[in-house]
Design a protein around this ligand. Structure first.
Ligand SMILES: NC(=O)c1ccc[n+]([C@@H]2O[C@H](COP(=O)([O-])OP(=O)(O)OC[C@H]3O[C@@H](n4cnc5c(N)ncnc54)[C@H](O)[C@@H]3O)[C@@H](O)[C@H]2O)c1
Length: 308
């Protein structure tokens, strides 16, 4: 990667990834783009990824060699507006892939644990298994994986991807996903000493701290392509946790913290359709994927950054 365009740069991942990439590759080599640019800094471009011509022109004029495509509609918002989710998650992705094909760009677009479903094995869910997602988000993410594989196999585009679990971070609030509770709980712990959780206390989901997610994107993109036995997409996760475990971890640092539960039926039903834990052994074997943060480390860092 030498010159990189990031779409969806204003979001939970993009806002931190742009800073991280600029430290590694230089400020002028990482172009931030989003449909709105409130929190972005130069170089930056307003870009709706559905505008194929503008998307193409930005890649051409900056002569980028890498496209990190983050613009998407997340799981809960996708269920509220499935047509928009299909348009952004599929047509936006297709536009990005076409441009990557034309300019021979390296291409990364994250998939999600949302590709799995009730029909997938619940524990240590393998990378390749029964999928059959039942949410618009999951359907678009799984279709997106297949589309990225198609562009790799048929056109030779260097597409790479991971299935992110819920990402926990303190810079930008999450954008309408099922695992948002795992971020909100830390804000509430600092602000109110109490959190009302929309997910049942014993619902297990995979999670990861943002610092580990940023590093793995670079590790995967910089890996020798001959090491990659799969392209779209690798299972990755740092931990499998439930709300009760996160609350107990917070109580180690804020003993008076309390949690109660008011279950949101949409969020709960999506969470229950996803695995308890996924098997990450193929990513570990192929490109030495690993994570630095376990739950208590993550809690310590989240509380310290939010307190600041
Ligand atoms: N955050 C997570 O926990 C998580 C987990 C799994 C996968 N992912 C995937 O990672 C990617 C980024 O996720 P995120 O958490 O940063 O999402 P986010 O919702 O925080 O950010 C997405 C960004 O895309 C932008 N966007 C929406 N429509 C657009 C359009 N038409 N054109 C240009 N920009 C548009 C939004 O303005 C927003 O800034 C997505 O593909 C998502 O599916 C995220």
């Amino acid at each position: 990667m030498k010159r990189i365009l990031v779409t969806g740069a204003n979001g939970q991942i993009g806002s931190e990834l742009v800073t991280y990439l600029r430290l590694l590759y230089g400020d002028q080599e990482v172009i931030a783009s989003d449909i709105t640019l409130e929190n972005c800094s130069s170089p930056m471009e307003v870009l709706d990824v559905l505008d194929h011509e503008k998307f193409r022109n930005i890649c051409e004029s900056y002569q980028v060699d890498t496209l990190i495509h983050l613009a998407a509609i997340l799981s809960v918002n996708a269920e509220k507006n499935p047509q928009l989710a299909w348009d952004v998650n599929m047509q936006g992705l297709l536009n990005g892939l076409e441009i990557a094909k034309e300019f021979n760009l390296q291409f990364f677009s994250p998939s999600s644990i949302g590709v799995f479903s009730h029909e997938s094995p619940k524990d240590k869910t393998p990378q390749l298994t029964t999928m059959r997602p039942t949410t618009m988000y999951g359907i678009s993410k799984l279709s997106g994986e297949l589309l990225c594989d198609y562009y790799y196999q048929v056109f030779g585009v260097d597409t790479r991807s991971v299935r992110f679990p819920g990402l926990i971070s303190s810079v930008t609030p999450p954008g309408g996903g099922t695992t948002d509770y795992a971020v909100e709980i830390y804000y509430a712990a600092i602000k109110d000493g109490h959190y009302t959780c929309p997910i049942k206390e014993d619902t297990y989901l995979d999670m990861m701290y943002m610092g580990d997610a940023l590093k793995l994107i670079v590790d995967l993109m910089e890996s020798d392509s001959s090491l990659l036995s799969d392209r779209n997409a690798y299972n990755v996760s740092a931990m499998s946790v439930c709300p009760k475990m996160i609350a107990e971890s917070i109580q180690k640092y804020i003993p008076d913290f309390t949690i109660s539960y008011e279950i949101d039926p949409l969020k709960q039903s999506i969470a229950e359709s996803w695995p308890n834990s996924i098997d990450v052994s193929i990513a570990q074997k192929d490109w030495h994927f690993n994570c630095q943060y376990d739950l208590d480390n993550l809690t310590k860092h989240m509380l310290a950054s939010l307190q600041k």
